[in-house]
Design a protein around this ligand. Sequence first.
Ligand SMILES: [Fe+2]
Ligand SMILES: [Fe+2]
Length: 273
Amino acid sequence: MTARASIADVAALASYTDLLRRRGRPVLALPEHDPVIDAADPVLKRKVGETWKRRAHEELKAAMAFTMLVRGLMEVGAAPDALTRVARAVTDEIRHAELLRALGARYLGEEAPWPPAVHVDVGPLGPQPRRRASLHAVTLCCVSESIASVFFETAHDAATSPSARTTLGVVLADEVEHARAGWVYLASIRDDADVIAFLQAALATVVRDTAAAWFDFTYVTLPDGAHDHGLLANADVRRCAVTALRDLVLPGFTQLGFDVAAAEDVVRGLPVD
Ligand SMILES: [Fe+2]
Ligand SMILES: [Fe+2]
């Protein structure tokens, strides 16, 4: 599974009835032995463990974002192909919270608690619910989850810890599907001229704001990363975001008939060191 394998190519994907089958996959078991964690400096090990704990909470916030998106898509009667994929993402993100919590515990050498509550303001969808739900789908899935796919792929490829690699591989596979959920949805509304025109007008802003969210390193305690342990440096994260926007996101929009010239200008202007 690689993020660059054409996330936006939705024609050959499984139907929603296949997705609705229960498969009962077990939550991941970490490898019994991890010489990379065992050999790590204790101070670094604690910082890495704390980072995974914080990131577990971020995954739970992602679960909330998808929960809100499911609500919006249900309210506008989204097609089941898109709805099923977005609904699955809710439980995927909760599973990611568990995976990263368990990985954090492995690094800390002690039990790590389940992350705290996620707060949310639930307002009405407003007078243009299709526009708002569609903007949310595009922002969260097509743009942010595509960046997440390249981010996790890069982190996975850099990691040497078997525990980090195993965990990141599972998360990566899901993030690719979350990005696809957005492209499936967008393809399903391509004949809705009002919504498509609205999304076209918003596209450059969506790209700018989503990149800004990925470039917010306020809570990062290891700015140079810890590559063996699956943590990227801030500079790597910026590069991942630009790569994803340039190579996956903008080509995806082009494929669906959008004019990406203004969004390309935004991407070209993003700071990458
Ligand atoms: Fe996730
Ligand atoms: Fe995701």
